[in-house]
Structures are given as C-alpha cells and as structure tokens.
Design a protein. Structure first.
Length: 733
C-alpha cells in the first residue's frame, strides 16, 4: 500500500511558492490554471494554503510574470530567452538583472549594460549556457528609467564639462556642453539631468539643473542627499502664502459638528525635542469600571482640502523627511507646528478613535469620528517613563521639559500607569499571536551650533515609548478593520507587509549561526517565535546591531495598497496608517475615506487610490534612503575627528574585496580593504564568511572583534576606510 503524501495543515507557510507556481505554469504552458488546480498540483487543500496561492498569483500577475487569461485563470508570460527585471550595478561596474520568479539572477558584464543605469527596469537577452555555470546576458532595451537626475562634481574644460557622479553604482560620467552648465564653477557639486545618450557617444549628454555648492561642505552634502533621492527642500512661495491665509481659529459653528471632548483628561507623550504633536491620549474611568480611552489625531484633512495647491504639494512630498540635523516637513510650519499640532493648553480639531476597554485590555465598544479636544499636559518620553518607574509625579528637573521640578496631578499619574498596564497586556497578546518585536537601537548625534557631531548616543525603546506605540497600533488596526470588513467592499488604503522571503531567511540563518544562534524555519509560528528569541538573545551583545539590521532586511518591505494582504510583522489581518497625518499623506487619505464612509458615501475609485498609494510608498523609500545617507555622513564626519584613535569593532560583513567593521561604541561602519592587510595575502572564503591568509592560514571571520584606526574619512563619498590593527586578543594581551 503506497503512502499518501502529507497535506499542508494549519498556518504552515508554503516554501518557495513563487518558484513552485511558475514551475507548474511552465510545465502546463498550453493551458490556463486556477488556484484550485494549482493547489491540487501542490497537494494542499486547506484554506490557509489556498489563500497563500491566491495572494501569490495576484503578486505574480502584478509583476507580469503570469497573465490572467480568463477570470481567475493564469498562464506563464515568458518570451523565450528574453526576460524583464531590475538592474543592480555592482561596485565592479558589472550588473545583475533580478527577475521575479527566476531561480538565479542574470549576470551582465559591463560591456553588455548598453546604457542602462542602476535600478532601471530592463529587457535582457540570456545567452545559451554552453560552458557558463550561471545565467549571463545582455541588456537589449531600457523599458523604464529609475532616475534621470544625478548628483556629481562638475569638472570644466574650455568648451564643455563632465559631471563625475559619486555613486558607486554609476559607471560613466555625464557630458555637459558649456552652454548647459548654468555657469557653475569648476569643482562644484551639481544636479545634472541626462537628456540623451547618442549611439556614437561614450557618455550620456546632460544639463546642469541645480548648483549645490562645494564638495564636502556640510550644507552641500545635506542638499545633495535630498536632491539625489528626488526629495524637496523649501516650499514654493505660493504654497507658503496659501497656507498662511488659512483660518486656523477654532469656530463654534465647527465645534457643533463634532463630538466635544474638551472636558476629558487629555495629554501628549512625544520626544523631548518634538515640535509637532499629531497624537494625544484621553483617559476616563466609566461608571461600570471600564475605561474610555481616546486616541486623538490632528485633523489635518480639515485644513488640507483636495484640489488646492497645498494639497497637491503635500501629496507630491507624501512624507516628512528626518535628516540628522533637520526636518523637511510635508506641511508648512503654520500647519505642522501650529494649527494641527496638539500643543498643551490649546483647543484643537481632531479625528478620534475612542474605545471602551475592560481591565483585560479588551475592546468592548468603539467610536470613530471628528472631535474637538483640549490637551491638559505635554510629556516627553523621559517624563512618562519616570512616572511609570517611580509610580509618582515628581519629575526631576534633569529629565523635565520645563526649567523647574513640578508635581503632576494625581489623576494624570493614575492615567499614565493604567495606560501602561493596558499597553503591556496588548503587547503580550500581539506577541503571542505571532508579532515580531523590533526594538532596534537608533544611532543619534549630539550636534553643536554649527551642526557638527560632537557625540554619539543610542536611543532605545522603553515602556513609555511602547505605551504610545500600542495605542497607536490599536487605532490603526481598528480603523482598518472597521472599513475593511464593510459589505459591500469599500476602497481603503492599507499598510501591507508580506511574509519574508525563504532565501533571505536561510541566509540569515547561516549568518547568525556564526554567532551561535539559530532560527526554526519549520512554519510561520516557529519562524516568528524564534526571530523574537533571536532579537532578545542578542540584546546588549557585540552582534546586536548587525543581527537587528539583518533581521529587518530579511523582512519584506512594507507598502501602501488598496489590496489588503494583512501585516505579517504585526500579525494583523487589517492594518492602516491613521495616526500621523502631519507627516504622512497616506494617513490624510485614510482620514478622508473614513469620514466619507461614516457619512454613508459610496466607495471611492480604487484605481485612483492605488496610484496614490504607490506614489506614497515610493516617496517613503526615497525618504528612508535620505535619512540613512545623512546618518552615514554624520558618522564619517564624526570619525574624521578621531583619526588617531584605536577603536574596538566587530566584523559585520565579509566580501572578496574587504571586511566591514562596525565600531562597538558608536556603530560607525567602515571597510578594511584586503590589499591593505600587510601581514599576509588574504582570500575570501564565502562559506565561512571569512578571509583566510594563504601562508599563515590566519582567519578573520564574521563576528570577530578587532581593533582598527581610521585610514580615510571621505565626506564626499560618505565612506570610511579603516586600518586593521589586529584581533582583540592580540591587541589586549
């Protein structure tokens, strides 16, 4: 009697699902299959597996790897030997085209790039293998440019100039005719736009569209970081003028349209140096012993009316940008720091999620709508943390945002302590349901008046931070559920987060094993619990920052969409962004849609909101890149003033050209190039994540602690080179 194959059960994740679906469709290229037929071929029959297949089919169709030939029926979409994908340029100026669903990336030698740039969406022809072990090809067409503007240094000749782009991903300079230099001086940082690349030209032709300043100067670098990521800086004059003319006074006629919650105890908890407060909490004990807790959000949509130049500007920006030394806001200051900011002792228009909760932190009633509130107090996280830790309201002056010690009213102390207790119960429940706890250490800088970094410190999340986080998560989830479960279905903007990629999880497993850790990859529940255990185990250890960073990179990237797939990292089936409309445009869209549906209006146009969601996702990614670039620049700048000091670091990366070292005391990362290690000739051992000396057989491995000094701190390229002194054991013996 033959054994029956084991069926997929429960919430187990189907491994390599994209690859399996594409393989099935290739083998059955002459017919179109639906999700049930694919499930049968995969030998799965439970609801969870079918849902995974349905989501993956939609994902592959969106990427044009498969086509929907009839309602719910799919076929492979491939041209023989031709593929479409995104180009990644390496530091050696060769490239790889990443094709969704293809087992391995396609290698593109530099000579076959054919004018494609890093990030471009391209068509590639793959050569027949013969002796080649890997896919190799040639780019035949640039289907879509990722970008056409670049930041670089203008080098002038008599009748023309060349812009040398500092990005390691750019393999060519850009030719600029003399009449298109904007009269910029030689050796000036400029923003150049590529206009053409003639067939007979070695370099693309471009024109200077903005002069940024001299290389290495602080303001030049910060402006460069913004423009090279396609981000704005100053508001246009007409937008500022429009914002200044808005009536921001609180009107009795408007109050009549809202739920009046001005008499309910309300306060904010924010960073000490915050200027815009877009969320507040209110607290009241009900007669039945339950709690009424309000999450009150600045009603930005009241002032930001569709079709105005202010709304258009906010949409284009889509997000505020947080560089090390400045904030580039989504909204002009008259709104972000004044009218919409829930400042203490001021009445404000708010959009609220109000919950009745019992002592088990369960929601027994909910209400959503527009309100008017009055903030009774403002706390910094440090002050709220002091209340939580001491159970008292006497806040010492050294952690107070005021100049003197003051005593907080007993009812506020009781409110903070009760909210903290409820938040801990909600967090425990989230963790038990499979949420992943990312409490990554943030690197912060102490800056002097000239914005020079004079110190580095680390910001960690404590109970006060987690209190606010839990109630914001609650509001975001409940708003999303409220709309998402409506029948008939309503268009809404969801915050989506897909499951992690199997290959990335396997890679993470290999790396953390070098530090003595492991991950259970059996199923979704095992993965999540072991990731949480991993993140807890590395707390305070030399490898914490590396493991935290790599674990986050293992996760899929969160994005905005009208097609809800849930949020994997938070373990929520429904999730949206509702709580930060001062700094995020998706929250503004969520407010507008929620209000429309509360008023009984029809569903909004899904295509319009899907396009807006994609734009907001793109702008969020650009802003994140800029924020990372500004941190890297400040780290390089900080280390430039410490060139004669020895630093203890941990090997955080190993490549064929060098090893990366992360300094333990400040998290600055730099490279020791193999050619600069004089004690031996070292070779890269990929399997061991190590370099090995040919003669001495000495090994430097991922996770080893070593001492280094700064060899070069390049402010223009934002790159650190280190000299290797030796292992910790050698130096300290």
């Amino acid at each position: 009697m033959t054994k029956r194959k084991k069926k997929n059960k429960g919430n187990q994740k189907i491994e390599n699902l994209s690859k399996q679906i594409l393989t099935i469709l290739r083998k059955n290229a002459s017919e179109a299959l639906n999700y049930k037929q694919i499930a049968a071929k995969l030998n799965v029959d439970d609801a969870n597996s079918r849902n995974q297949i349905i989501r993956k089919l939609a994902h592959l169709a969106g990427k044009k790897q498969i086509i929907e030939t009839d309602r719910g029926k799919f076929q492979i979409n491939e041209k023989r030997d031709y593929y479409e994908g995104f180009l990644e340029i390496t530091s050696k100026k060769d490239g790889y085209v990443i094709v969704d669903g293809l087992e391995e990336d396609i290698f593109i030698p530099n000579k076959n790039l054919n004018k494609a740039f890093h990030g471009d969406f391209v068509q590639v022809y793959v050569y027949k293998r013969r002796r080649r072990r890997n896919n190799e090809g040639e780019i035949t067409q640039v289907l879509e440019r990722k970008k056409t503007t670049f930041v670089g240094v203008l080098q002038l000749q008599q009748n023309f100039g060349f812009v040398e782009v500092k990005s390691g991903k750019m393999y060519t300079d850009i030719f600029v005719p003399k009449n298109k230099t904007m009269k910029a001086e030689d050796n000036t940082v400029v923003l150049v736009e590529v206009e053409d690349w003639p067939d007979d030209a070695d370099s693309p032709f471009g024109k200077v569209i903005e002069i940024l300043g001299k290389p290495g100067e602080h303001e030049t670098v910060m402006q460069s970081i913004l423009v090279e990521n396609g981000l704005p800086h100053d508001f246009p004059k007409e937008v500022e003028e429009f914002a200044d003319q808005i009536d921001t006074s609180i009107q009795e006629s408007e109050i009549q349209k809202r739920r009046d919650m001005r008499e309910t105890l309300t306060f904010t908890i924010d960073p000490k140096d915050a200027k815009d407060f877009d969320d507040a909490l209110s607290f009241k004990i009900l007669e039945n012993g339950n709690y009424e807790i309000g999450i009150h959000i600045a009603d930005v949509s009241h002032y930001l009316q569709p079709g105005t130049i202010l709304d258009e500007e906010a949409y284009e920006r889509a997000t505020s940008i947080y560089l090390v030394d400045r904030v580039v806001p989504m909204l002009p200051e008259v709104l972000s720091n004044n009218a919409c900011s829930l400042r203490p002792n001021e009445e404000k228009y708010t959009f609220s999620a109000v919950f009745e909760m019992n002592k088990k932190a369960e929601v027994v009633n909910q209400w959503f709508g527009r309100t008017v509130t009055y903030s009774d107090a403002r706390f910094a996280y440090e002050e709220a943390q002091h209340i939580i830790e001491t159970k008292a309201g006497d806040i010492p002056s050294d952690i107070s945002i005021t100049d003197k010690m003051y005593t907080t009213a007993p009812e506020i102390v009781d409110a903070v302590l009760t909210l903290d207790s409820l938040a801990k119960k909600m967090r425990a429940k989230r963790m038990s349901q499979g949420a992943i706890s990312f409490d990554k250490v943030e690197v912060k800088f102490n800056l002097n008046e000239e914005n020079e970094p004079i110190g580095v410190y680390f910001k960690t999340s404590k109970d006060a931070n987690k209190l606010i986080e839990e109630f914001m998560l609650l509001a975001n989830r409940k708003v999303s559920e409220f709309v998402g479960k409506k029948e008939p279905k309503k268009t809404f903007v969801y915050r989506c987060h897909d499951e992690p990629d199997d290959e990335k999880l396997n890679s993470l497993q290999n790396i953390v094993s070098q530090f003595g850790h492991s991950i259970n990859l059996k199923d979704k529940k095992s993965i999540n619990s072991s990731l949480n255990r991993l993140l807890k185990d590395v707390e305070g250890k030399k490898e914490q920052n590396l493991v935290d960073t790599l674990t986050i990179r293992t996760m899929s990237k969160a994005y905005y969409s009208t097609n809800n797939i849930g949020h994997y990292g938070l373990a929520f089936d429904y999730y949206s962004h509702f709580t930060s409309p001062i700094r995020r445009y998706p929250d503004v869209m969520v407010h507008r849609l929620l209000q429309a549906y509360l008023e009984g209006k029809d569903s909004a146009n899904q295509d319009d909101y899907e396009e807006k969601s994609a734009h907001c996702s793109d702008m969020e990614n650009f802003a994140t890149n800029a924020e990372r670039d500004s941190i890297k620049y400040m780290q390089v700048k900080f280390m430039k003033d410490h060139e004669n000091e020895q630093f203890l670091g941990v090997i955080s990366g190993v490549t064929e050209w060098g090893i990366y070292i992360e300094i333990e005391q400040n998290k600055c990362e730099g490279m020791v190039r193999l050619r600069d290690i004089k004690e031996d000739h070292f070779d890269f051992d990929q399997e061991q994540y190590a370099i090995v000396g040919r003669n001495t057989h000495k090994t430097y491995q991922l996770g080893d602690e070593v001492y280094v000094t700064v060899k070069n701190a390049d402010l223009v390229k934002r790159h650190l080179d280190f000299n290797l002194i030796g292992t910790k054991a050698e130096v300290e013996m």
